[in-house]
Write a protein that binds this ligand. Structure first.
Ligand code: PLP
Length: 616
């Protein structure tokens, strides 16, 4: 074996092997005992195995979504500092205000931490009436900032105008031409002058999975023709001064910075044209799109990025500043609506592997007494120490199956042949199946919907070399409930290298970077519900602080979602037990167990405790 090709296993190698330095941006690491730690700031290190142990002690079973609110704060601060430094470096007095797009993660605890972060001025971006009401429950009415995107009906416009009346600085962004009539009518009824933005449909396009198509086929924004019409209407009704924000959004997870520069250059031309027509736009909203490196490939592929957060801020400030300087235009403020880059890192799902299949020697169970032609061939192979390749393995499997189908061999013989075959193929790294206690559809739906890659790393035993090429399967009865693409060792592979499970010892996995979009897109396939979730921080004396416990859905809640009630189940069972004339004691036992199951966690729960009574 070549040592350079297979470097010696140690903690440094483990960190490199699972690409931790790249995807984690410094927020996760490995400690000296080979456990994954979270590093929300330079002073704090939180061992995820300690978190798990403490949660189990408190009666919270796996899977659990762990949130590190300090990471949200750190990401926001990084973004804000990057814009401040870029403005200083480029010598342009351009202010930046981040607006957090709440669609990315609307959980109250996430919004609260974002609004109380160390960044002095931060707003929210909403895209529907419901999101607007969520924002109204949390924004400060004396200095809150709000961007209202999305298609609007009268109720949406009214809510936005009431928020304006109550002191929030609300920018209502026109997404299509018809909205201006609605806004003008409601403003005239309420005698209010609003702050308006206009979303323009750029022709410049970014590549990727979530990009808005440009030009005629784009879903959002006004094209040149509609923009001219809008400007005319505002002019005709003496409302030119209402328009203060020029908005565009090229899409999410833009992996190539040149795409962002191209879109912004096109937007600057629009800014110039508006200025020439006496529209004094004071803010340019560049939307979201700042990418994170899920795959650690550090390139322009869909799940990666080829730039840093600093590069992102620098290119925006420089493009805007240079254009304004060259064309003698006033410098606008920059609004950003980055969500993924703020929230992705802060949440990790931790869970246990419940079973492995194909990673260890099969227990010898078969009847060796009956010989057949294949038995002989395989025995000779083993005797002469010959191994078989993948093609031969597949061909033997086919032959065995054919003999089984026509009845030439029985079940015991088949098991014996498969044992022999496994011995002959011992040099082949066959992918093992690792069954984990989670639902892919609920906790990482983009893996299913978009083949998205998320970093997955064992939480412990990282001081031991992982020897098993494995594929992770979830609990759902669906063949799609498996992760089929993994990023590690600087490559994409169809399996992930994991450790052999040990008898009596839990093997834990962390599914990282789940903080953006996954929670809200999650779906209840097979009626697996929300997992437990908790915020974790560390106090000065190394003590873990758990806050905002959100107890996961219990079985009964999931049944209610499909309009089946607890009483439907109990009444039906009770009637049948009565009909069978079951003894009272037995009836009570059966009905109590059914009740317990109705109030239990939807995931595998060795503690078998009612999900909702854990904290009692
Ligand atoms: N702003 C708008 C209008 C969006 O549609 C989106 C999402 O696609 C965002 C902001 C957030 O984008 P990201 O999460 O990539 O930053």
């Amino acid at each position: 074996m070549n040592k350079e090709q297979f470097p010696q296993w140690n903690l440094k190698r483990a960190k490199e092997f699972y690409n931790i330095s790249i995807w984690s941006e410094g927020y996760y690491d490995i400690n000296e005992v080979g456990h994954i730690i979270a590093c929300p700031d330079s002073m704090t290190k939180i061992d995820l195995m300690d978190v798990k142990d403490e949660l189990i002690k408190q009666g919270i079973s796996l899977p659990v979504l762990i949130r590190f609110p300090q990471i949200l704060n750190a990401r926001l601060k990084e973004l804000s500092d990057a814009f401040e430094n870029a403005a200083l470096n480029c010598n342009y007095a351009i202010d930046h205000i981040p607006f957090y797009p709440i669609k990315v993660n609307q959980q109250k605890t996430v919004l609260e931490h974002i609004l109380t972060s160390d960044v002095s001025s931060i707003g929210l971006e909403v895209g529907s009436k419901t999101e607007l009401l969520a924002a109204l429950s949390l924004l400060n009415y004396s200095d809150g900032l709000l961007v209202c995107n999305g298609y609007k009906d009268r109720a949406y416009v009214r809510l936005a105008l009431y928020a304006h009346m109550m002191g929030i600085q609300v920018y209502i962004v026109i997404e299509n031409l018809s909205e201006i009539d609605l806004i003008q009518k409601e403003c005239s009824d309420l005698e209010i002058e609003p702050l308006l933005g206009v979303r323009v449909r750029l022709s410049s396009m970014a590549s990727g999975n979530w990009q808005n198509s440009g030009g005629k086929h784009a879903k959002f924004g006004l094209d040149a023709n509609d923009l001219v019409k809008l400007l005319k209407r505002l002019n005709a009704s003496n409302c030119v001064h209402w328009l203060s924000v020029l908005h565009f959004h090229m899409g999410s997870q833009i992996s190539d910075l040149t795409d962002i520069k191209l879109g912004l250059s096109e937007a600057m031309r629009v800014y110039h044209e508006l200025y020439a027509q006496d529209f004094s736009i004071s803010c340019i909203d560049v939307g979201g799109g700042l990418a994170v490196d899920y795959s650690s490939l550090q390139d322009t592929s869909y799940f990666s990025k080829a730039y840093s957060l600093k590069d992102y801020a620098q290119i925006i400030i420089k493009t805007v500043g240079d254009y304004c300087e060259n064309n003698k235009l006033p410098l606008p403020k920059i609004f950003t609506e980055n969500g993924r880059a703020i929230t992705a890192h802060h949440a990790v799902l931790i869970t246990n592997v419940i079973e492995q299949d194909g990673a260890d020697e099969h227990e010898a169970v078969s009847d060796k007494s009956v010989e057949c032609s294949i038995t002989q061939t395989l025995k000779e192979q083993i005797k002469s120490n010959k191994t078989i390749n993948e093609k031969e393995l597949a061909s033997y499997h086919k032959q065995i199956n054919q003999q089984f189908i026509v009845g030439e061999i029985g079940l015991n013989q088949r098991a014996h042949l498969e044992e022999l075959l496994q011995k002959c193929a011992s040099d082949l790294k066959v992918t093992a199946k690792y069954y984990a206690n989670f639902s892919l559809f609920q906790s990482m739906p983009d893996t299913w919907g978009l083949d998205q890659i998320f970093p997955i790393v064992p939480l412990n035993r990282l001081n031991e070399e992982p020897q098993v090429p494995a594929r992770i399967h979830d609990l759902t009865c669906d063949s799609d409930g498996q992760v089929s693409l993994y990023a590690y060792d600087h490559q994409l592979k169809p399996n992930l290298q994991l450790h052999v499970l040990r008898e009596g010892e839990q093997y834990l996995l962390g599914f990282f970077m789940l903080g953006a979009y996954q929670e809200i897109l999650g779906d209840i396939h097979n009626l697996f519900g929300d997992t437990h979730a908790v915020n974790v921080e560390k106090l000065d004396q190394d003590e873990l602080l758990f806050t905002n416990f959100e107890i996961g859905d219990c079985v009964n809640e999931l049944l209610t979602r499909v309009h089946i009630s607890e009483s439907d189940v109990l009444a039906k069972c009770k009637a049948k037990l009565n009909e069978m004339k079951t003894e009272n004691e037995v009836q009570d036992t059966v009905l109590n167990e059914i009740k317990n199951a109705l109030f239990g966690y939807t995931y595998l729960d060795s503690m078998n405790r009612p999900a909702h009574r854990i904290k009692d």
